[in-house]
Write a protein that binds this ligand. Structure first.
Ligand code: ADP
Ligand code: TRP
Length: 325
């Protein structure tokens, strides 16, 4: 079963990205034929500074590798190293009804937030469809926020196959088992756009400062507290073992525990959780050539598949030389 997923290099990866998506991506490597890429073309829709785009892309690569992406098993590349995908996006654009894209909520949300949209943002789901269809992906593991984009991909694949003959595998989405949304430092969803994140690899002293500063309600120490609505408890739940989670839950309900005590434990748990990966991350930082080699090798393997697909697609739509009947 081939699985494929992309991650945008739109900022430093945070623990919401890890527990919400990356951890599951990495776990899926064991039993699947994995294709993972860093979606730098997609990130261009928000017009990053050139040096920043390249740097962030490379940092995401180091993060994934440090966290356990196995480049021997999984094909891992930088999207723009396989530019065939933009050709496929164009071909798919020509059969994609405008209404399908106008209905996309992630586009509508961004416009509602006051972002002045470029054509790339509008066409974003078509490029995503090209990513998925190019590699004959069976399964696309994504967060619930991406469900609609996978549905658009299926619609495009079905339409193409009906119009030009069976060409594409029609993929299924696999909505990642939601850890509940990881809350940020201000209690809203952790997101780089809210500036409320704990980055996976920021210094441990920063993690400590950030967690200790999380604003809590004013329930006195001795009173019972609700673990379900407490964002500190939500963070604890991510990194603690089941037994410890149950113990803290009981303490919350019984009263007598202060938020400061729980925060200290959250800091320890998060730092311990990421410590082995942090060491690997530092090694990769010192061996950038290795990371570049991994991406190059991934691009070569991805490009082999892409070329085969493009031959099939170009034939199907009538691009290129006249074929003998
Ligand atoms: P951001 O909101 O920081 O821009 P992205 O939208 O780039 O993050 O997220 C990439 C993936 O990480 C998404 O598929 C989403 O499922 C997951 N993710 C991001 N933030 C969270 C969060 N706070 N809780 C759970 N999952 C998250
Ligand atoms: N749109 C996805 C996100 O923001 C990233 C992405 C681009 C993607 N191409 C993809 C995900 C193909 C899955 C498959 O998270």
């Amino acid at each position: 079963m081939r699985i494929l997923s992309g991650i945008q290099p739109s900022g430093k990866l945070h623990i919401g990205n890890f527990f919400g998506a990356m951890r599951q991506h990495l776990a899926l490597q064991a039993d699947h034929d994995g294709f993972y890429f860093i979606a730098d073309y997609h990130a261009m829709t928000s017009n990053p500074a050139p040096a920043e785009l390249a740097t962030r892309t490379f940092e995401v690569a180091m993060d994934y590798l440090a966290l356990g992406l196995d480049p021997k098993k999984t094909v891992f590349w930088r999207q723009s190293d396989v530019p065939e995908v933009t050709e496929l996006a164009w071909i798919l654009s020509c059969i994609t009804p405008l209404g399908l894209l106008q209905r996309c909520t992630s586009y509508k949300d961004k416009v509602a937030q006051g972002l002045s949209p470029n054509h790339g943002l509008f066409a974003y789901p078509v490029l995503q469809a090209a990513d998925i269809l190019m590699f004959d992906s069976n399964l696309v593991p994504v967060g619930a926020d991406q469900k609609q984009h996978i549905e658009v991909t299926r619609d495009i694949a079905l339409k193409f196959n009906a119009q030009y003959g069976e060409t594409f595998v029609v993929p299924e989405e696999q909505i990642l088992k939601s850890v509940a949304v990881v809350p940020g430092l201000d209690g809203r969803k952790m997101s780089k756009s809210y500036n409320n994140t704990i980055e996976i690899f920021e210094p441990e002293s920063n993690i400590k400062k950030k967690v200790m500063r999380i604003v809590t309600d004013s329930t006195p120490v001795e009173e019972p507290k609700d673990p379900q609505t407490c964002s500190i408890f939500a963070l604890l739940r991510l990194a603690a073992e089941a037994e410890e989670i149950a113990e803290w839950e009981a303490k919350y309900l019984a009263g007598g525990v202060g938020y400061g005590t729980v925060k200290k434990r959250v800091v320890e748990l998060l730092c311990e959780y990421f410590r082995p990966y942090r060491q690997r991350r530092e090694e990769l930082e010192r061996d950038r050539d290795f990371v570049e080699d991994v991406l190059r090798d991934g691009a070569r393997r991805a490009r082999d598949v892409a070329r085969t697909t493009m031959n099939r697609v170009r034939d199907a739509v009538g691009l290129g030389k006249v074929r003998n009947a």
